[in-house]
Write a protein that binds this ligand. Structure first.
Ligand SMILES: C[S@@+](CC[C@H](N)C(=O)[O-])C[C@H]1O[C@@H](n2cnc3c(N)ncnc32)[C@H](O)[C@@H]1O
Length: 212
């Protein structure tokens, strides 16, 4: 990640956004494909398993899987505000001793991050330029399940693709959004020895779950 993109992430995913998202999450819980991702993993059985949530934000996946008995949860996130909000919520929910946090770009930290039974990236690929590094290094960490939610790439997505970056340009944010090819992302994950077990689409997003 360029230092510019890193700064863009800290600026966009700041204290104010983190507080707002946590408040909404406390009121409504997880939603959309995130809810389906959690339900899928729960059905497989999370008791005693470890979770690595990359770009985990305020931590919806971590909170819910920890409450369903995950042995440990780790959040590696480039936003210090999101990590702080996530940690506060883990304390509130009483599972902080099973949680750990690493701040920074996952691709730079990957060698220091332990493998986990379940690896999740919920709406993270679209914030990151070097998709090869992010996907290959994260997929290599998945012992059993690898779940990713990222923008679908149907033809009509090409039409709306510039909108987030026009907005970023207007607000003078150095943050950029990326629409990575589904075929390319899928080929990187398969190259890591994983295969698809579940796939669904909703609005602009797709959830794809792989198993080893
Ligand atoms: C759109 S938010 C999604 C947060 C959360 N996963 C969710 O779905 O609510 C994207 C998150 O990915 C993080 N992120 C983006 N690229 C990253 C990277 N290379 N390493 C670690 N975190 C990253 C951002 O800091 C941010 O918290």
């Amino acid at each position: 990640m360029t230092s510019c993109q890193c700064q863009g992430i800290e600026d966009l995913f700041n204290d104010k956004t983190a507080r707002r998202e946590l408040k909404r999450y406390r009121r409504k819980g997880s939603s959309g494909l995130t809810k389906h991702l959690i339900a899928f993993l729960e059905e497989q059985g999370v008791e005693g398993r470890s979770l690595l949530d990359i770009g985990g934000g305020i931590g919806a996946i971590q909170h819910e899987l920890a409450e369903r008995g995950a042995a440990s949860v780790t959040n590696v996130d480039a936003s210090s505000s999101y990590l702080a909000a996530c940690r506060d919520e883990a304390v509130q929910r009483g599972y902080a001793e099973r949680a750990s946090y690493q701040h920074g770009d996952f691709t730079a930290l990957a060698d220091e991050v332990e493998a986990a039974d379940m690896v999740t990236l919920d709406r993270v690929l679209c914030c990151y330029d070097d998709v090869d590094a992010l996907v290959s290094k994260s997929a290599a960490k998945a012992r059993i399940w690898y779940a990713v939610i990222y923008p679908r790439t149907d033809w009509w997505m090409q039409l709306i693709k510039p909108i987030p970056n026009i907005f970023a340009w207007i607000t003078r944010s150095s943050m950029r959004f990326f629409l990575h090819s589904t075929d390319h992302v899928d080929s990187l994950i398969r190259a890591a020895g994983l295969h698809i077990v579940h796939q669904e689409k909703r609005n602009v997003w797709q959830l794809v779950i792989y198993a080893r």
